[in-house]
Design a protein around this ligand. Structure first.
Ligand code: SAH
Length: 386
């Protein structure tokens, strides 16, 4: 059995069930990377179990608290529990959802998305990499998917000491998968799309847009495959413009509009959004702004805050009277309070009358681990700009 010993006085966060142990809290560890360890107090009693990596600031990610050793039954139980939550709260309105949300489902380093019977796995840590075969087998046995595909081509794997992987694990995954969500249909490119192919985390916001877009002209910034544009047009918008820097994403946006019969009212523009909003007049009265995470670590925070402010400032300044703006941030390091402060300062500089008429966090299939507030990452403000 491998074990690590915590420095005296460093057990508090474990006792509060936070699943991360930072390297600075460890007095003694001689463990190969990726191995399961018992986390011990200075006097030797076991507080928790997790897996270790000497390369990362988060040295241990915990799976269980107390002295019970994590085994295959535990993994089966966790996966079944995750499925139960989705079946209670999500599967009524869609067949595309996040089945396992890493620490949010107490399986750190593991993302599993479900797209109409096909599974995508993303492994983010060395510890989870060791459990990959077991997890894939459990998924096959419990969920009976048509296929399992691995999208572990994530930047974060490099510091874990892992290589990039993009490939088939089980069965045959088609190039495009059709999914439905709240009476909309979308095509998902699991193998080449961004992340695992589709942003299920924006489901509730897409639905909000669908409800509110009647009669609007919509500008969908950072549109990816046009999810918000389709939602707005099906909700009765007069026209939607999708702006993104990826031609592949825009091509699929067009297909998605066709599938939903709304392509006549849609335009795609390939552009850098930062340049676009600098150069163009904004005539639309319903804007969605959903940039990628502008900050990937704490060091980049102040730059990212400037980015969010610049984006929101330009938009708020330029939009016509009576505009709705759904502005989003998916950066883990910017919480809703901080995001609101940034948007406040943008509104102030833009000298516009701005009301927050709605706030939204991530949907049911992206649970927040109450002991790990860092698992909350997506926030959106719906603004009315007079
Ligand atoms: N709103 C989308 C998800 C957006 S993901 C949805 O609901 O599906 C972020 C998108 O921003 C990606 O499609 C990426 O190609 C695009 N992107 C990243 N940087 C960009 C930039 N500077 N200008 C334009 N698009 C950008």
């Amino acid at each position: 059995m491998h074990k690590i010993v915590l420095k005296k006085g460093k057990e508090k966060s474990v006792l509060q069930r936070h699943p991360w142990i930072f390297s600075g809290a460890i007095a003694h560890a001689q463990v190969p990377d990726g191995e399961m360890v018992a986390v011990c107090t200075y006097d030797g009693s076991i507080l928790a179990w997790g897996y270790y990596n000497s390369r990362t600031d988060i040295a241990v990610r915990l799976l269980t608290f107390g002295d019970s050793h994590p085994d295959t039954d535990l993994l089966v139980q966790r996966i079944r529990n995750s499925l139960m939550v989705r079946e209670k709260c999500v599967t009524q309105c869609t067949n595309a959802y996040r089945l396992i949300h890493s620490e949010g489902d107490m399986l750190p380093g593991l993302i599993v998305d479900w797209y109409n019977g096909h599974c995508v796995m993303q492994i983010l840590t060395a510890g989870m990499e060791q459990l990959k075969g077991t997890i894939a087998q459990i998924i096959q046995d419990t969920l009976k998917p048509k296929s399992i595909y691995e999208r572990s081509d994530h930047e974060g794997r490099k510091i874990e000491g892992l290589k990039q992987i993009n490939g088939q694990i089980y069965g045959t995954t088609p190039d495009l998968i059709e999914i439905h969500e709240n009476n909309m249909r979308f095509l998902v490119d699991i193998k080449h799309g961004q992340k695992t192919g589709f942003f299920c985390d924006q489901r509730d916001n897409r639905n909000t847009i669908k409800t509110l877009a009647q009669g609007s002209e919509v500008l969908n910034l950072f549109s990816y495959t046009g999810g918000f544009s389709v939602a707005a047009l099906l909700g009765g918008a007069q026209f939607a413009t999708s702006v993104d820097s990826s031609q592949e994403a825009l091509d699929l946006a067009l297909e998605n509009c066709k599938m939903n019969g709304v392509h006549a009212k849609h335009t795609a523009v390939k552009a850098n959004v930062f340049d676009y909003i600098n150069d163009m007049e904004i005539k639309q009265n319903f804007i969605v702004c959903d940039p990628p995470a502008l900050v990937k670590n704490k060091k980049g925070l102040s730059n990212a805050l400037r980015g969010y402010k610049e984006l929101n400032l330009k938009i708020i300044k330029k939009v016509p009277h009576n505009t709705l703006l759904l502005t989003c941030s998916c950066s883990r390091f910017v919480d809703i309070k901080l995001f609101q402060q940034v948007v406040f300062s943008a509104a102030l500089d833009a000298r516009r009358e701005v009301r927050i008429i709605g706030k939204c966090l991530q949907p049911f299939d992206h649970p927040v681990n109450i002991y790990c507030p860092e698992t909350e990452y997506l926030k959106a403000l719906l603004l009315y700009i007079h």
